[in-house]
Design a protein around this ligand. Structure first.
Ligand code: PLP
Length: 371
């Protein structure tokens, strides 16, 4: 992307949101507290101080906390998704993904099977009855459905959250049909208008939901740290994987994160970034309302994205080269659909750029649409 193009495409934090000093201080404090432990081999599922903090944190941000033996520390949410696939998906299995969905997860599923399909969805997200009918048809055709992938809370790309009844119905149908829901809960902590809804994991009994979380949006993506919560036997099966035998888990970064979190720095830092992203959301919403009044969207209550609908017959893929030539970039909707549909939609990110630059990007997009 050329330097003078306003980047409304990337879901990245701005440099000002990265806790450079306090992360360095946490590293020093972890070295003092744990001595050589952060630099040695560590437990496969992750170090106890971070796992205990995560359990406590989830008791505050979700409807129910996991037990420590139901938590596994990963190298970010992407690694957690990759591990979930390694454990659950065999070649030829069917993976059902939301429509639209987090576009970079599609590559992770494609690494494990060639049969990745959209599940039936409407404006409210995944449709449980139609999804159940699809699973019945797939089973009748002799296909094994390995997992359902959803981002039900502050979805990437739509920003929407799935209604409680749909969450419950999807968990129940996963139970009935022996399919695992992989719930990507990456945005839970970026809640701007009240608490995030209870996760699907909290509605499940043993084994129906694997929930994935991340420190990439709340602290920093370069640390590559996340986690999953699942039934203890699933965590045990991950802990037994070969790659952990020689060195264990993410010891140094996880103990630094434990220090960052248990010292109270995490909660203060999070309050700052949530306030920042709430303001950023409001600025982008205002700019779109002002410059693009014909484009429909829902104001997201969390996350990093606005999902805009172009007027009927609009085509965000065809529009993109003209938009970039006009000095603005975005994510075209079809990147978020496994079948390439969704041409009317486009995703704008409000995480990265200052308000005046975002507004200029929206103004440029409006000029291209008018031209
Ligand atoms: C829904 C969703 N899941 C996972 C990720 C990747 O997270 P991580 O950096 O922890 O791998 C992202 C990042 O954009 C995301 O939006």
């Amino acid at each position: 992307m050329a330097d003078d193009v306003v980047n409304l495409l990337s879901g990245h934090p701005p440099a000002a949101a990265l806790p450079v000093q306090s992360w360095a201080a946490a590293g020093l404090a972890a070295a003092r507290r744990y001595r050589g432990t952060p630099l040695g081999y560590g437990p496969a599922a992750g170090p106890a101080p971070l796992i205990e903090w995560l359990c406590d944190r989830l008791s505050r941000t979700d409807a129910r906390a996991p037990a420590p033996d139901g938590v596994f520390v990963t190298g970010g949410a992407s690694h957690a998704l990759d591990l979930a696939c390694a454990a659950l998906v065999r070649p030829g299995d069917t993976v059902l993904v939301d429509a639209p969905t987090y576009f970079l997860a599609l590559q992770i599923f494609a690494d494990y099977t060639t049969d990745v399909r959209p599940l039936p969805a409407d404006e409210g997200g995944a449709d449980p009855d139609a999804t159940e009918a699809l699973i019945r048809r797939l089973h009748a055709d002799g296909r094994r459905v390995a997992l359902l992938y959803l981002v039900p809370t502050y979805n990437n790309p739509t920003g929407r959250s799935l209604a409680g009844e749909r969450r419950a119905a999807l968990v129940a149908l996963a139970r009935r049909h022996g399919v695992v829901v992989v719930e990507d809960d990456t945005y839970r902590e970026l809640a701007y208008d009240g608490a995030a809804p209870p996760s699907m994991w909290t509605l499940a009994e043993a084994g129906e939901v694997v929930r994935v979380g991340s420190f990439s949006k709340t602290v920093a993506p370069g640390i590559r740290l996340g986690f999953l919560t699942a039934q203890p036997s699933f965590v045990d099966s991950l802990a037994a994987r070969g790659y952990l035998r020689s060195g264990g888990g993410f010891q140094a970064s996880a103990l630094t994160m434990a220090e960052f979190c248990t010292s109270g720095v995490y909660v203060d830092h999070l309050a700052g970034v949530v306030a920042l992203y709430r303001r950023q959301r409001d600025h982008l919403v205002d700019a779109v309302r002002r410059h693009l009044p014909g484009l429909a969207f829902d104001v997201p209550h969390g996350g990093w994205f606005l999902w805009l609908a172009l007027p009927e017959h609009g085509d965000s893929v065809k529009l993109l080269p003209r938009a970039e030539a006009g000095g603005v970039s975005y994510l075209p909707g079809p990147r978020c659909f496994v079948d390439g549909s969704g041409g009317r939609y486009l995703r704008l990110s409000f995480s990265l750029l200052p308000p005046d630059v975002m507004a200029e990007g929206v103004r440029r997009l409006a000029a291209v649409l008018d031209g």
